[in-house]
Design a binder for this molecule. Structure first.
Ligand code: ATP
Length: 361
């Protein structure tokens, strides 16, 4: 059933609670349904006031995200419940996801076997496979967008979030885009070639690589270097980080980090790969003997969290500065010039990729 866009006030139906998170669009807050008391999450998206403004999000792109979420009803994808719309903002009422990010959950553990990692990976692949079966690509798969429903459950459920860059392909359509996060984007994005659902599978390969080793396969000292490593396919399985990893796992990753998108495994093929779905007892035993490089993974995650908050502070400072500089009618014009000054200082290839504030590497 499609969620009807309501023109009423969200507060007539839901009590607004604490802030759960924030993105480039605005805030995500807890909502409590007045009738019944069920809890939800509300994504409050400030709408752009005029065509020339750079503040807020264009109504069309929010409608696009709503349309995509409406067609994705799957246990491993964040569910959309309701949409409220006013002149200034759109509120998406979505399933409340209490378990935090998968990577944080894993980083808190003492030891994690490949078996346990595969349990989560399988759910990611099921969610991704479902959207791909609907010709929808996510285009921003990364640890920040992979959450857990409830970390205290015996088998926590994966929930994929943030469909802000997602796209539904029409038959025969040529779609190009430069969106994404340097560490996780596929070579075809950097080369500005036509994209497909296979672009997501590259990101699944990068996420799996990090999950097992605690290092990022293409990470350079700068975003520019990272992007160059990706197009040059410069990665390996350093024994120092991969000594506890099974050969099956490496084979799985190798079949995803393939330059030609047509030759990458699909989500369905991944679910049939012997590492994910072992056929022999020997394969099964290998998986429970091999484990995640926890020491390295914890380090990766701590650095990732530190960068995320650093980027947030940086973004807030910059916004405050812009607001002080840009008062009155000239607001939009000056905002544009402020922002272009900023872009000039960035390295060339990195500046081509749309940077997302909470997620740049
Ligand atoms: P970004 O700017 O990071 O690309 P975004 O602006 O599209 O992302 P989301 O990623 O959808 O926004 O949400 C921002 C943050 O809010 C998330 O990182 C998460 O911490 C929190 N969040 C989002 N959806 C939910 C939810 N359904 N339940 C609980 N918390 C959520």
């Amino acid at each position: 059933t499609m969620a009807q866009i309501k023109l009423q006030n969200v507060q007539d139906f839901y009590e607004i609670g604490e802030i759960l998170g924030s993105g480039h669009f605005g805030q995500v807050r807890e909502l409590r349904e007045r009738a019944g008391g069920t809890c939800w999450a509300g994504k409050f998206v400030k709408l752009r006031r005029s065509v020339s403004s750079r503040l807020g999000v264009e109504r069309k792109s929010v409608e696009h995200e709503v349309e995509i979420l409406q067609s994705l009803q799957h246990v491993n994808i964040m569910a959309l419940r309701d949409v409220f719309e006013s002149r200034a903002e759109i509120v998406l009422v979505v399933e409340l996801i209490r378990g935090g990010e998968l990577f944080d959950f894993i980083a808190e553990k003492e030891n994690v076997t490949e078996n346990e990692a595969i349990d989560f990976l399988k759910q990611i692949l099921k969610g991704v496979g479902f959207m791909h079966s609907k010709q929808i690509a996510h285009f921003d798969l990364k640890p920040e967008n992979i959450m857990l429903s409830d970390k205290n459950a015996e088998h926590p459920e994966i929930k994929i979030i943030d469909f802000g860059l997602a796209h539904r392909f029409d038959a025969g359509e040529d779609y190009k885009s430069l969106g994404g996060t340097p560490q996780y984007i596929a070579p075809e994005v950097i080369n500005y070639e036509p994209l497909s659902v296979a672009t997501d599978m590259w990101s699944v390969g990068v996420i799996t690589y990090i999950l097992l080793s605690g290092i990022s396969p293409f990470q350079g000292d700068t975003d520019g270097e990272t992007l160059r490593n990706i197009v040059d396919m410069k990665y390996d399985f350093d024994e120092h980080y991969f000594s506890q990893t099974s050969n099956m796992a490496k084979d799985f990753i190798e079949k995803l980090l393939v330059k030609n998108p047509k030759e990458r495994m699909t989500a369905e093929e991944c679910l049939l790969h012997p590492w994910i779905k072992p056929i022999t007892n020997k394969q099964k035993a290998n998986r429970s003997r091999s484990s995640i490089n926890m020491k390295s993974f914890k380090k990766f995650n701590a650095r990732r969290k530190w960068k995320m908050s650093y980027n947030m502070v940086w973004a807030c400072n910059r916004l405050c500065r812009l607001h002080l500089l840009c008062k009155g009618d000239k607001e939009d014009e000056q905002l544009r010039s402020c922002e272009s000054d900023q872009e000039d200082t960035e390295t060339k290839p990195a500046s081509l990729i749309r940077r997302r504030l909470s997620s740049s590497s």
